[in-house]
Design a binder for this molecule. Structure first.
Ligand code: ADP
Length: 224
């Protein structure tokens, strides 16, 4: 089973993706995390993408295709993709990697731009293990998991965030349409507290699998 999680920066793809992947027994792959890991380890990939990521622009489709091909080749279970695909070209690359059926399902975690701006402005992550601070709001100074300092992600800087949102807004509709055309898109309202979103997400995904892909679009909240 292969699932794609779509949504604005700060929509909660990381947190919800981790939970949904565990529930479905698939591997959670965040392309943002893979890129940040490569940057932290100063690998050739990390060096080649650093300026782009720190600027809030999209890494070229060909680079992302190579990275995802390795992930797919090394996977022993299904995959939940968080942050990929982000362009129609990436949709087609992923589809050709996974075979004629492509990804089973895309979930659009829908959170309005004003809400994500507010969330990301307050977000702090662990500088060592990348875990998001308590409630994502960063009141504590240290990571609850490893004790390292919490800090703002470099691309959560307000100016960079606006560029990331701009990149998202440019590509989101064509990507969503690409999945909707094949009746594989569901939309879930991603606003509210984390556990409430998880419950909504689980219920909507379960309904979709039960209905065996019958509805063209199952919506659990208004599109923002
Ligand atoms: P967010 O979804 O909050 O923007 P991510 O952690 O998913 O954050 O991604 C961080 C950055 O990594 C992006 O702004 C972009 O530079 C790069 N990136 C991640 N995934 C992709 C992708 N599929 N295509 C192009 N660039 C990507």
């Amino acid at each position: 089973m292969h699932i794609v999680l779509l949504g604005r920066p700060g929509a909660g793809k990381g947190t919800q993706g981790e939970r949904l992947a565990k529930r479905l027994g698939v591997t959670h792959v965040s392309t943002g995390d893979v890129l940040r890991g490569a940057m932290a380890a100063d690998t050739p990939l990390g060096r080649s993408v650093r300026a782009t990521v720190e600027h809030g622009e999209l890494v070229p489709d060909t680079v992302m295709g190579g990275l995802v091909a390795e992930v797919v080749a090394g996977a022993h279970s299904g995959i939940l993709f968080d942050g990929y695909p982000r362009t129609v070209a990436q949709c087609e690359t992923l589809s050709s990697m996974l075979g004629p059926c492509g990804p089973d399902l895309a979930v659009d975690l829908d959170v309005p731009a004003a809400t994500v701006l507010d969330r990301v402005r307050r977000r702090r992550v662990c500088s060592a293990c990348g875990v998001i601070g308590p409630g994502g709001m960063g009141r504590a100074a240290a990571c609850a998991q490893c004790g390292s300092a919490l800090a703002r992600r470099i691309d959560d800087d307000p100016g960079v965030l606006l560029r990331r949102l701009g990149a998202y807004e440019r590509e989101a509709t064509p990507v969503a349409n690409w999945f909707a055309r094949t009746a594989r898109l569901i939309r879930v309202d991603g606003t509210g507290v984390v556990d409430a979103v998880t419950a909504r997400l689980n219920a909507t995904v379960a309904r979709w699998f039960e209905s065996e892909r019958q509805p063209a679009l199952a919506v659990s909240g208004p599109k923002t």
